[in-house]
Design a protein around this ligand. Structure first.
Ligand SMILES: NC(=O)c1ccc[n+]([C@@H]2O[C@H](COP(=O)([O-])OP(=O)(O)OC[C@H]3O[C@@H](n4cnc5c(N)ncnc54)[C@H](O)[C@@H]3O)[C@@H](O)[C@H]2O)c1
Length: 264
């Protein structure tokens, strides 16, 4: 029996990086997953590799209709919605606040924070009705401290934590839990684009990211997926409103917290 045996899950941003890591690990542990992403090619490839345990749904997380359809696909195909992972993300607009346009601010907030509001808003009533369920939202070390990401990214990631803690209080009496994972700089397409200038150059990115970690090894998506298994399974049944920072103490605990790394 896997640790996620029989659970029906939606993973936004599941076609690459941390989301892909969670999908693969969840399926290994007996779950079935809807991969909800805008990257059709990558999403369909993973779904076909995983066979009956995964379905790809094209989903733009800024669209309420798209998230609804990902959730409905999960319920229709797998019978319930046990775990909702609101994880899709981008770096978004960068640069000094004075140069940040309102349109860029709003677009970045839509992908990083409105999406989590929508995923949580749409999942919770279903889970309340079931009397059971887990929502896991991906924030960042930039969600608990300034200086680790661009301004709007940092704003949105702090918002993900506030929203999750607030909804955790509403959810608990109904048997539903809401928790947050805050990755430190983790190997993914997103970080490869930032540190290696090419989202597919994972080897160069791993080397560059690792050089900044004590012990010389950067986290990989599987490391974040370990936390998602524990939180999403019944082993995490007392975890609610929790914010789990996973950076080896490098950014958030360090007295020499790294500045947003591409600006170094
Ligand atoms: N990798 C890190 O170092 C790191 C650190 C902290 C937080 N995070 C967060 O982890 C999450 C996953 O990031 P990652 O590093 O795996 O990035 P990634 O680029 O490897 O994967 C992100 C996925 O989200 C999808 N996506 C982007 N915009 C979307 C949209 N509008 N609708 C649906 N899907 C969309 C992409 O297609 C991609 O598959 C993000 O929320 C990110 O902010 C990452």
């Amino acid at each position: 029996m896997g640790r996620m045996q029989g659970k029906a899950c939606v993973v936004t941003g599941g076609a690459r990086g941390i989301g892909e890591g969670i999908v693969r690990r969840y399926v290994d542990e007996g779950a079935r997953c809807v991969i909800a992403d805008i990257d059709v090619e990558a999403g369909e490839k993973i779904a076909s590799e995983l066979g009956d345990a995964a379905i790809f749904v094209r989903c733009d997380v800024t669209s309420e209709a798209d998230i609804t359809s990902a959730i409905e696909t999960c319920r229709a195909s797998f019978g319930s919605l046990d775990v909702m992972i609101n994880n899709a993300g981008v770096v978004g607009v960068q640069g000094p606040i004075g140069d940040t346009s309102l349109a860029d601010y709003e677009r970045t907030m839509a992908i990083l924070l409105t999406s989590v509001f929508l995923g949580t808003k749409l999942a919770l009533p279903i889970m309340k009705e079931q009397g059971d369920g887990v929502i896991i939202n991906t924030s960042s070390t930039a969600g608990v401290q300034g200086g680790l990401g661009p301004h709007v990214y940092t704003t949105a990631k702090h918002g993900v934590i506030g929203l999750s803690k607030s909804v955790a209080v509403e959810a608990a009496p109904h048997g539903v839990r809401v928790n947050v994972i805050c990755p430190g700089a983790t190997l993914s397409s997103l970080t490869a684009g930032l540190v290696a200038g090419d989202k597919d150059n994972l080897d160069a990115a791993y080397e560059r990211l690792s050089s900044k970690y004590p012990g010389g090894k950067a986290p990989r998506p599987e490391d974040m997926a370990n936390a998602a298994v524990w939180l999403g399974s019944d082993e995490g049944r007392f975890m609610n409103g929790a914010v789990i920072v996973m950076d080896l103490g490098k950014e958030v605990l360090s007295d020499r917290a790294a500045k947003f790394y591409p600006i170094d």
